[in-house]
Ligand binder design. Structure first.
Ligand code: HPA
Ligand code: ZN
Length: 340
């Protein structure tokens, strides 16, 4: 295997994307188009105006820019268009399987019906089969909202049980530990849903949150979660249980001083199922292949390491063992062809 990782290699490599917020894929062009279509004044008229607001250095300052933009999403068609735009990019990046986060409360809290959101997004995931992308939805609770709001959201979500594969937690982690939602996670698991949670980068209680998620809530994946390197026992636990860690290098570089490449490499070496993802690509300047390439370039990753990260993405995805093996074989034949 050649050891040079090129942008072409990372783009064509078959991969799964497991950490992608659909509203984080809202590109300035679509934002302006939807604002016009729905007569919503966002105070921005040009792409430059929109980009000027993209000023953040940590999770809280990012979320402060991110949420107000949601106002442009009003109708089922808007949600469809948003998801479709992402899915066409996913196809161009050879994302073969994607598990997409959506946050119903970011929309129901401003008067948009749950069904408008899910029907638009779900229809795009069905249409994505024509793009050769297998797409699914993970419903996230906003962790800075109340437990009661999460309970009502789960109740509503379960009416669409067949359109959702799992639940997660996102938004502001500060003083919002995973355990706050233990009851909702238990109920979701009882309904057969998969479990994941954000354990964001460099939080006040990162290790305690990771511990709760793994030891008490028994999640199957951690979104981000790279602070786990601070606790070797927990690293051993995720490697042993084959818990997925969904890392997002470009996003890391925006909310912290670096991409966390050292942590990613160390987890890879420890045998943890760490994968590479794009988080909020419209805001963090890059889709999934850009994340693979930026990491490879900055930290001199070998082709073998990049391939292992892609294999981890399928191995930690919520698909059957048989399906996993098919995707892993696709990677092997891609690499064989590429190295010829
Ligand atoms: N963390 C928490 N909330 C988020 C994120 C994230 O990485 N991206 C979008 N909402
Ligand atoms: Zn995220």
């Amino acid at each position: 295997m050649s050891s040079i990782v090129t942008p072409e290699f990372t783009r064509g490599l078959p991969k799964a994307e497991l950490h992608l917020h659909i509203k984080g894929t809202l590109e300035p062009e679509l934002k302006l188009k939807l604002a016009k279509r729905n007569n919503v004044d966002i105070g921005q008229e040009t792409i430059e105006d929109v980009q000027k607001t993209y000023d953040y250095h940590d999770l809280a300052s990012f979320l402060a820019v991110y949420y107000p933009a949601m106002n442009v999403l009003q109708t089922e068609e808007d949600f469809y268009d948003l998801a479709w735009a992402y899915l066409t990019k996913a196809a161009a990046n050879n994302v073969r399987h994607v598990e997409i986060f959506f946050d119903p409360q970011a929309h129901t809290s401003r008067g948009i019906p749950f069904e408008t959101v899910i029907n638009g997004l779900y229809r795009a995931t069905v249409d994505a089969r024509a793009l050769n992308v297998d797409a699914h939805l993970i419903m996230c609770f906003l962790r800075d909202f109340s437990k009661e709001s999460a309970r009502l959201t789960l109740q509503e979500g379960l009416k669409y049980r067949d359109k959702i594969i799992g639940v997660g937690l996102d938004s502001d982690e500060h003083n919002n530990p995973p355990l706050k939602f233990a009851r909702q996670f238990e109920d979701a698991a009882a309904a057969g849903l998969h479990l994941t949670t954000h354990c964001d980068i460099d939080q006040k209680d990162s290790i305690e949150h990771i511990r709760q998620a793994l030891e008490i809530m028994e999640v199957e994946r951690l979104d981000h979660g790279t602070n786990i390197v601070e606790d070797p026992d927990l690293v051993e636990l995720v490697a042993k249980r084959q818990i997925g860690l969904t890392s997002c290098p470009l996003s890391n570089g925006f909310v912290s001083p670096e991409m966390k490449g050292e942590e990613i490499i160390s987890l890879l070496k420890a045998g943890a199922k760490i994968s590479i993802n794009s988080d909020d690509p419209a805001y963090f300047k890059g889709y999934i292949s850009d994340n693979y390439y930026a990491l490879a370039q900055k930290y001199q990753l070998s082709q073998e390491q990049i391939v292992q990260l892609a294999k981890n993405s399928f191995e930690s995805s919520w698909i059957s063992q048989k399906q996993k093996e098919l995707y892993l074989a696709e990677i092997d034949s891609y690499v064989a062809k590429f190295s010829k």
